[in-house]
Design a protein around this ligand. Structure first.
Ligand code: DHK
Length: 149
């Protein structure tokens, strides 16, 4: 039990394969490494992290819904669902929480189909192109947004 504000960090499909999946694009750190980096930064900022991953769209929707009334903000790397999912956009909206959209790569330098994001329509801000360090930047930014930093 903690009275620190909690930030939910949601990771979409294939991010469980970080470190081995196309490392020239997504980097060499595993998702566990990324979680550890987030927790380290959160400890300095005085916030708590609820770090999640799923390969299933419906599970991600349920996860996001559960943040309503429980978390202070959501950082989300929706991965492939960035470019397809109205359901994830709707779930983020219903939480009424600040949302930061996050990508390891810069989708705008990649294939055309990655240039469109459904999530951006509800994002307070977007961080992309900084690899795993982007997660640390996002924790910093969210701590400011929720006024915990
Ligand atoms: C991760 C994915 O899995 C892709 O489908 C997105 C995103 C980009 C990332 O850069 O973190 O297009």
């Amino acid at each position: 039990m903690t009275d620190q504000p909690e930030i939910m960090i949601v990771n979409g499909p294939n991010l469980n394969m970080l470190g081995t999946r196309e490392p020239h694009i997504y980097g060499h750190e595993s998702l566990a490494d990324v979680e550890a980096m987030c927790n380290e930064r959160a400890a300095i900022l005085g916030v708590a992290i609820d770090f999640r991953q799923s390969n299933f769209e419906g599970e991600l929707v349920t996860m996001i819904q559960s943040a309503r009334g429980a978390a202070a903000g959501i950082i989300i790397n929706p991965a492939g669902y960035t470019h397809t999912s109205v359901a994830i956009l709707d779930a983020l909206r219903l939480t009424e929480l600040p949302v930061i959209e996050l990508h390891l790569s810069n989708p705008h330098t990649r294939e055309d189909f990655r240039h469109r994001s459904y999530v951006s329509a509800t994002a307070r801000g977007i961080i992309c192109g900084f690899g795993s360090h982007g997660y640390v930047l996002a924790v910093d930014a969210m701590a400011r947004v929720i006024d915990a930093a």
